[in-house]
Ligand binder design. Structure first.
Ligand SMILES: NC(=O)c1ccc[n+]([C@@H]2O[C@H](COP(=O)([O-])OP(=O)(O)OC[C@H]3O[C@@H](n4cnc5c(N)ncnc54)[C@H](O)[C@@H]3O)[C@@H](O)[C@H]2O)c1
Length: 334
């Protein structure tokens, strides 16, 4: 079987090839495409019975229909989130749609911690200063995290890992989740979103992007936050209304922002734009704040997570090829 791998970076190729040698040598051929999947790039999957995609690839009804017409019968997401998939269209077309849930929740949770630590203690600024021979401490004042209150919005696999990390630092951990994980019983305090926003020094988002969670952080919810609190988003960009966040930063209601995801990231992230004029004025405004830290969707990016993503992707493909049950199917509705 031939599989077209969209949005393939050299590191994807390395880990996917490793897994293919181990799990599907001689059975699966991979065609690596640096282009993202869009309606325009569907024809690149000509001759392939499956495609493998990533977080910003388009999987709306038109793209799925075009892939199906080309003979594609399986779509393998090499990620956990599937907010970019039209589930109804996938069901209508009878496509095999599988993802990689919970491949390394600690990797993303640890990245959230890295963002908090960096932004709080200004290590990114200290690094640059010291290299220039500037050892002044002015502007580097942080807060001691021990004893602070951290609010985790969405305590699934990643949120649970994050809750344990912050608990380990001596923080009080609040959780808001309509279906909270029982393994956090006795470790965290369960509260409503409003209670969490009002009480937390740090709010970290770990829920999926759904219609119900789109822009859950907006002007109203920002106003309910503790003045000067830090907001962290390693989940999906559109959980946050970025324009409202900019206003809250300007008024100092929001004390600091750390994001690994951005609602318009598809045209920026995973590529080198250092010689381009970036046309996204909202993103560029964010870049002007000294209390904003942005990374380019790298929360998942550890050796362990990349290995697991590649291995599970080929295990999912094997289920499709052998007609075996697959635990990682998307919840497609008919
Ligand atoms: N930055 C990265 O590299 C990266 C990597 C992997 C996943 N992610 C993102 O992290 C998200 C979480 O991943 P996960 O593996 O922990 O998912 P998960 O399904 O294990 O957990 C999600 C949790 O969110 C909860 N939830 C749903 N709606 C909610 C709401 N309105 N308010 C509060 N909680 C709500 C669910 O009940 C569930 O417990 C993914 O959806 C994905 O978008 C980001």
């Amino acid at each position: 079987m031939k599989i077209a791998v969209y949005s393939a970076q050299p590191y994807d190729r390395r880990f996917l090839d490793e897994a293919r040698q181990q799990h599907a040598a001689g059975v699966v051929d991979a065609v690596y495409l640096s282009d993202p999947l869009t309606l325009d790039t569907v024809p690149l999957a000509q001759g392939c019975a499956a495609v493998c995609v990533f977080v910003n690839d388009q999987l709306d009804a038109a793209v799925l229909q075009a892939l199906h017409a080309l003979g594609v019968r399986a779509v393998l997401l090499r990620c956990a989130g599937f907010n970019n998939v039209d589930l109804n269209a996938a069901a209508r077309l009878g496509l095999f749609m599988a993802r990689v849930p919970g491949y390394a929740p600690e990797a993303v949770a640890e990245h959230a911690l890295a963002l908090v630590m960096t932004l709080n203690r200004h290590t990114h600024r200290a690094y640059a200063r010291v290299r220039e021979g500037n050892f002044a401490l002015d502007g580097l004042l942080g807060m001691t995290l021990h004893g602070k209150t951290v609010g985790i919005v969405g305590a699934g696999q990643i949120g649970t890992a994050a809750a344990r990390i912050f608990k380990g630092l001596g923080c009080t951990v609040l959780v808001s989740d309509p279906a909270p994980a029982p393994q956090l019983d006795g470790v965290v305090t369960r509260v409503s979103l409003d209670q969490l926003l009002a009480a937390s020094d740090i709010v970290s988002l770990h829920c999926p992007l759904l219609e119900a969670t789109r822009h859950m952080i907006n002007a109203a919810s920002l106003a309910r936050m503790k003045p000067g609190a830090m907001l962290v988003n390693t989940s999906r960009g559109a959980l946050i209304d970025t324009a409202a966040v900019i206003e809250a930063l300007k008024s100092r209601q929001l004390g600091a922002l750390a994001i690994d995801v951005y609602e318009q990231e598809a045209s920026l992230f995973f590529h080198d734009h250092s010689s381009d004029i970036i046309a996204d004025d909202v993103f560029q405004r964010l870049m002007t704040f000294p209390n904003v830290l942005v990374t380019g969707h790298q929360g998942f990016f550890t050796v362990e997570a990349m290995r697991e993503i590649a291995a599970v992707t080929f295990a999912n493909l094997a289920c499709h090829m052998n007609g075996a049950p697959c635990a990682n199917l998307l919840p497609v509705s008919s």
